[in-house]
Design a protein around this ligand. Structure first.
Ligand code: MRU
Length: 342
């Protein structure tokens, strides 16, 4: 399943806010439509945010009416600023935009070639992500045993990437190898990416899955109902991995009970020159907490705190699965100098 596609100035993707009950295909034609889709989480998940942002610049290039290369680069930079203002935490979005801007400025090509290059580079970013996820799946599947019951959080599946998924890529690859595994998916309040998206994907593939509410996870780990945790990441920094809110508590509890806790992410998610304290953790609107879907559940006017991500220090992480292999605990010190990553 390819989550996002480019065809002659139209980006096709699925509106993830409507899943699993409605499969609405979005046709995104302008930079502003792409920014809206990212901001309102019609597209989401770190690697898909990277590809979507890249296609946002491709749309600017495709629709551009300016007549000089200088004006075009200005237009592109302003589009990149619009896209950068949508969601602050997943680094893939910033990485993809900076990669395209750097590339066109480094290669001093003609105006029309530069326009073409933006579109080609966006396509390349998407294709590379699809490839990276297959490789993550292959490396990660080696850590999964026949009979494993794996806990996952949020949605790090095909829907969060261009294809196949990161954490769900590992699960998919193990399943495709014939390992009889089962998955336990947390619902992932407040936006229910686990209940709505992870369960949808796994059911489509016929991979056995059970859904739990977030507050059941501690009990399930303590009772050894699961024997591995695999999650994705939005940003991997010098001292921690940053992922969907709730990841940190899962990691601490898994660690307490000796359950391996793996993180699966492509190198486009690595941001190893930064520390976690430098990263903006997105805070989203109050209604996500005071309401369940469109249904109000809290006393109106209550104060709310709604951080979308949390920070898990490396001491709780057993391994980071990426497209070139796995960094285990013993590798973390050298891994921080993994310069080829970006
Ligand atoms: O707020 P979201 O749904 O964009 O958050 C997604 C996650 O936290 C995922 O776990 C992460 O992006 C990895 S996706 C392969």
């Amino acid at each position: 399943m390819r989550t996002i596609e480019w065809n002659e100035g139209i980006v096709t993707t699925i509106d993830q806010t409507k899943l699993p009950h409605e499969e609405i295909i979005l046709k995104i034609r302008t930079l502003n439509e792409m920014a809206e889709a990212i901001r309102n989480m019609r597209v989401r998940g770190a690697p898909l945010l990277g590809a979507s942002a890249a296609y946002g610049l491709a749309l600017t290039a495709f629709n551009s009416r300016v007549t000089s290369k200088e004006e075009f680069i200005k237009e592109l930079k302003s589009s990149a600023q619009t896209l950068k203002a949508t969601r602050p935490t997943a680094v893939n979005l910033f990485w993809a935009l900076d990669r395209i801007l750097k590339k066109i400025q480094a290669l001093n090509k003609s105006f029309s070639e530069t326009k073409q290059m933006v579109i080609q580079e966006a396509q390349k970013i998407a294709d590379e992500d699809a490839k990276a996820n297959r490789a993550i799946g292959k490396h990660g599947a080696e850590l999964i045993d026949d009979g494993d019951i794996i806990l996952t959080h949020c949605n790090a599946g095909a829907l969060a990437t261009v294809e196949y998924g990161t954490a769900l890529g590992v699960i998919r690859a193990a399943w495709e190898q014939g390992k009889k595994i089962q998955v336990i998916a947390t619902e992932t309040r407040p936006l229910l990416q686990g209940a709505r998206l992870t369960v949808y994907e796994l059911k489509r593939d016929g991979i056995p899955v059970k859904l739990i509410t977030d507050n059941m996870a501690g009990f399930i780990i303590q009772k050894k109902i699961i024997n591995k945790v695999v999650v994705g990441a939005d940003r991997i920094v010098q001292d921690a991995i940053i992922n969907k809110i709730g990841t940190f508590s899962l990691a601490v509890i898994a660690n307490e009970f000796g359950v391996p806790f793996y993180v699966a992410a492509p190198k486009s998610t690595f941001d190893l020159s930064k520390e976690s304290k430098e990263i903006v953790i997105e805070e989203r609107k109050r209604e996500e907490v005071t309401h369940f879907g469109s249904q109000p559940v809290a006393v109106s006017g209550v104060e709310v705190y709604n951080p979308a991500f949390d920070i898990t220090p490396y001491k709780y992480v057993s391994g980071i699965i990426h497209e070139d292999g796995v960094f285990f605990k013993k590798d973390f010190r050298t891994f921080r100098n993994y310069n080829s990553a970006r």
